[in-house]
Design a protein around this ligand. Structure first.
Ligand code: ATP
Ligand code: MG
Length: 418
């Protein structure tokens, strides 16, 4: 038996309807905030992620699914959404249109990681990107959208943590302070962080190793090294969040895993789903569009992990309840009755009723067993005598009550299926 690749998910009937409902709610909130959907390729040129996500990020260093295609082009399965959106904004000159430009996506992403609860190799994200808005009110607006999604989904055990990691102006000074601090504990750092110390010491603060984490606790904080502009932006964001009644905690340890962030970074965290508790992460990436050869267009956004959101919904006991059971199952005896039952189900479907008929030619007993398994609310048996008399018995499968209905009168039959 061939099994699915390690770290992938089968979303089966029963679950898929829950996903549809969650996605419907997400789209509703995105639309309320004026965000429009963008659909992009599942793979891009590898170069895009190297430059857009950053050479020193974990994603580019060890998590990408990359391969050469038949034309020897180096292709990568999308590990995240932002780089592709930025590529498309540049390629389609969307920055020349009305600004700010507000986009969202629902996608699957691919990362070669160690699978565990809440961490898979193909996973699903809802993300938004907002271009052309520098003011901190835009940051507050994007954070508010994420909070509104959690509200709409009924999640309550979610809290927001924010930080500012500065900009290219204040970063050199901060990096210097960080390097000086980590140099003093160099011998304890993991080999990867030792490399990071040279290339991008900020990355060390995002290391998952317990020792590096502990060392990171004592490191200088970004918020103490902000230039006046970044400090003003961060204070302004906090005021907007306060005014909107959005609760937050400043966590100076949040730096985010991708290289392109500056100024605002944030995460939404839940305590209910174990170690992989970050269900949404985002921030501002003002230099990125230009970095990818586009115009000088600022941007910010977030990505939510839908797999982790499902775990959180389950843990909080608020998974949507979906009823996909048929309204009516028409059992039949013989070819003529089956043809009639097909005709009736077609008419009922056009009236919005979920109707099923026998497509197998089984015994009536076997058909009724199937109707039961499918959770049909009503059933009916059609045989020669029903066809001759033009009437059949409609049975309520829940309470066993039955009534007689006219076969030809479909609208009355549909009325009975309440
Ligand atoms: P982590 O620290 O958990 O590895 P990350 O910083 O790599 O997360 P992002 O790139 O910011 O994650 O992705 C945004 C969100 O997507 C995460 O907050 C998480 O909810 C989800 N996510 C990321 N990687 C995975 C994965 N392998 N499996 C499931 N969900 C994921
Ligand atoms: Mg990661």
């Amino acid at each position: 038996m061939i099994q699915k690749p390690r770290g992938t998910l089968d979303i089966l009937p029963g679950e898929s309807e829950i996903w549809q409902e969650v996605e419907r709610k997400i789209k509703k909130v995105a639309s309320l905030y004026g965000f429009r959907e963008i659909r992009l390729p599942t793979f891009e040129m590898s170069e895009l992620y190297k430059r857009g996500v950053g050479e020193t990020s974990d994603v580019v260093q060890k998590e990408m699914y990359s391969f050469n295609d038949n034309d020897r082009r180096n292709i990568t399965l999308r590990p995240e959404g932002t780089a592709g959106v930025v590529r498309s904004v540049i390629e389609n000159s969307l920055g020349n249109g009305a600004l700010p430009l507000a986009l969202y996506y629902l996608i699957s992403c691919f990362r070669y990681e160690k699978p565990e609860a809440g961490r898979s190799r193909e996973f699903y994200q809802f993300g938004v990107e907002l271009f052309g808005a520098k003011d901190a009110s835009a940051d507050a607006n994007v954070i508010s959208l994420a909070a509104a999604v959690f509200r709409e989904l009924g999640l309550t055990d979610v809290h927001l943590e924010i930080n500012s990691i500065g900009c290219p102006n204040c970063r050199p000074k901060y990096h210097k302070a960080l390097r000086e601090y980590f140099e003093t504990r160099k011998d304890e750092l993991c080999p990867t962080c030792l490399e990071r110390l040279d290339k991008n010491p900020l990355r060390i603060l995002d290391c998952k190793s317990p020792i590096c984490k502990e060392i990171g606790e004592g490191a200088p904080k970004t918020v103490d090294h902000l230039c006046p502009e970044c400090e003003e932006h961060f204070n302004s964001l906090k005021k907007y969040l306060d005014a909107a009644g959005i609760e937050y905690k400043v966590n100076p340890r949040i730096v985010r895993g991708l290289d392109y962030y500056q100024k605002t970074v944030f995460e939404f965290i839940t305590d209910k789903i174990g170690a992989q508790s970050t269900i949404c992460g985002g921030g501002r990436y003002d230099g990125m569009v230009k970095e990818l050869d586009g115009p000088d267009l600022c941007g910010l956004g977030f990505a939510m992990g839908l797999t982790r959101i499902m775990l959180a919904l389950e843990a909080e006991g608020v998974l949507p309840v979906i009823d996909e059971s048929p309204d009516l199952y028409i059992a039949s005896m013989g070819d003529t009755a089956r043809a009639k039952s097909f005709e009736m189900t077609e008419a009922l479907r056009s009236l919005g009723k979920r109707a099923l008929f026998d497509q197998v030619g089984r015994s009536v007993k076997a058909q009724m067993k199937y109707a039961d398994k499918m959770g049909a609310k009503y059933s009916m048996v059609l045989g020669d005598s029903e066809l001759e008399g033009g009437k059949a018995i409609l049975k309520n499968m829940q309470n066993g009550e039955s009534c007689e209905v006219e076969i030809a009168n479909i609208s009355t039959l549909a009325e009975c299926l309440k």
